[in-house]
Design a protein around this ligand. Structure first.
Ligand SMILES: Nc1nc2c(ncn2[C@@H]2O[C@H](COP(=O)(O)OP(=O)(O)OP(=O)(O)O)[C@@H](O)[C@H]2O)c(=O)[nH]1
Ligand SMILES: [Mg+2]
Length: 333
C-alpha cells in the first residue's frame, strides 16, 4: 500500500517523482533500441554517400539531393525544406566545409526540431491523486500494450496503486487483452458491464472508483479509430469529457500512440487527434520493427507536442523514455 502524503507539497513530490520514473537512463544500447529503422536508414544511407563525395562547387546540387533523401525518408516536404534551408546558408558561406561538418549540423538541426518547441518529456501527473492518463490512437498502433508497459514502469515506484479502465468497448476481446496486462502488472481493472457498448460510462466509473478507493494512477484504454471517422472521433471527445466530469482537471495526460511503421500518414492522424482531444505527448511504437522514423520530426515540429516514450518491443520492459539525441544517432549512425 502506498502511504498517502497528507500535505499537497508532499503529493507534488510523489507525482513529480513518478513522472520522472522513466527518466532513469535506459539500459539498452541504441542498437537494440532502434534495431528497426531499417527502412529509414536505407534511405538515409545516401546522405553519407552524398557527403563523402561532395565538393564545394556543387553545393546547390548536394543540398537538393539532401532534401530528396530526407523526403524519401518521410521527413515530409515542409520539414525537409526547413532542415535544408537551415544548412544552405552555412554551406554557401563555407562555414560548413566538410561532409562530416554538414552531417553533424544536419543531426543537430533534427534534434532541435524534436526538442525546441515540444517541451518536457516528463509525464505530467499533477499533484492530486488519482492522476489520469488517457491513451488514444488509430487501430493497432500499440495502445493497450503501452498501457501494460506504463503500468509496469510506474509500479517500480513501490506501492503505486494503478487502476486500468477498459475503454475499448468496441473490439472483440479488447477487454480480455487489457485484463492480461492488469494481471501481469498486478493492477486493478474496471470493465464494461454486460451489454455496455459505450466507453464513456466505463471510463467515468473507473475514475470515480479511483477517487473513492485512493488509487494513484488511472490508465484509460480507448478503442483504435481512424482520424477520419467523425462519429468515432466524437465518441473520443465524449470519453475525455466523461473523465473530466468524474474528476475536474482530468485527464492529466492524453498520450497518442503513433505506430512507427506508419510513415507520412502520421501527420494528419496526429493533427486530427490533437484537434479533438488535445494530445499532451506521443508514444512512438514498434521502433524495433521496420520503422520509418523520419516522419516523427515533422509531427513534433508542426504540433509542438513532445514524444515522451518509444516502444521497442512487445514485452513489459520494452518502453523507453524518448531521447532525441539517441534517436537521431540511430537514424544517422
Ligand atoms: N514489435 C513491437 N510490437 C508492438 C509494440 N507495441 C505494440 N506491439 C504489437 O502491436 C500489436 C497491436 O498492439 P495493441 O497494443 O493491441 O494495439 P492497440 O493500439 O491497442 O490496438 P487496437 O486496440 O486494436 O486499436 C500487438 O501484436 C502488439 O504486441 C512495439 O513497440 N514493438
Ligand atoms: Mg487496444
Amino acid at each position: 500500500m502506498v502511504r498517502c502524503a497528507s500535505s499537497s507539497s508532499d503529493k507534488a513530490g510523489f507525482f513529480g517523482k513518478l513522472g520522472r520514473v522513466f527518466k532513469e537512463k535506459a539500459k539498452s544500447d541504441i542498437d537494440r533500441l532502434f534495431s528497426g529503422f531499417s527502412k529509414t536508414r536505407e534511405n538515409l544511407a545516401v546522405v553519407d554517400e552524398l557527403l563523402t563525395y561532395w565538393n564545394l562547387s556543387d553545393a546547390e546540387k548536394l543540398l537538393d539531393e539532401l532534401e530528396e533523401a530526407l523526403l524519401i525518408s518521410d521527413f515530409g516536404p515542409r520539414t525537409a525544406i526547413k532542415i535544408v534551408d537551415g544548412l544552405r546558408k552555412d554551406v554557401l558561406a563555407a562555414k560548413l566545409k566538410t561532409g562530416q561538418e554538414i552531417k553533424l549540423a544536419l543531426k543537430k538541426s533534427i534534434v532541435k526540431l524534436l526538442t525546441s518547441r515540444a517541451g518536457s518529456t516528463d509525464l505530467k501527473l499533477g499533484t492530486r491523486r488519482p492522476a489520469v492518463i488517457m491513451v488514444v490512437g488509430v487501430n493497432g498502433g500499440g495502445k493497450t500494450t503501452t498501457i501494460g508497459k506504463l503500468a509496469h514502469r510506474l509500479k517500480k515506484e513501490k506501492g503505486v496503486k494503478i487502476l486500468m479502465a477498459a475503454g475499448d468497448t468496441f473490439r472483440a476481446a479488447a477487454k480480455e487483452q487489457l485484463e492480461v496486462w492488469a494481471e501481469r502488472t498486478e493492477s486493478d481493472i474496471v470493465r464494461a458491464e454486460e451489454g455496455q457498448k459505450k466507453p464513456a460510462p466505463v471510463l467515468s466509473r473507473a475514475v470515480k472508483r479511483a477517487v473513492a478507493e485512493k488509487f494513484d494512477i488511472v490508465l484509460a484504454d480507448t478503442s483504435g479509430r481512424l482520424h477520419t471517422n467523425f462519429s468515432l472521433m466524437d465518441e473520443l471527445e465524449d470519453c475525455k469529457k466523461a473523465i473530466g466530469k468524474a474528476l475536474a482537471g482530468a485527464p492529466n495526460e492524453v498520450l497518442m500512440v503513433l505506430d512507427g511503421t506508419t510513415g507520412l500518414n502520421m501527420l494528419p492522424q496526429a493533427r486530427e487527434f490533437n484537434d479533438v482531444v488535445g494530445v499532451t505527448g506521443f508514444v512512438l511504437t514498434k521502433l524495433d520493427g521496420t520503422a520509418r522514423g523520419g516522419c516523427v520530426a515533422s509531427v513534433v515540429d508542426e504540433l509542438g507536442i513532445p514524444v515522451k516514450f518509444v516502444g521497442v518491443g512487445e514485452g513489459l520492459e520494452d518502453l523507453q523514455p524518448f531521447d532525441a539525441e539517441a534517436f537521431v544517432n540511430a537514424l544517422f549512425p
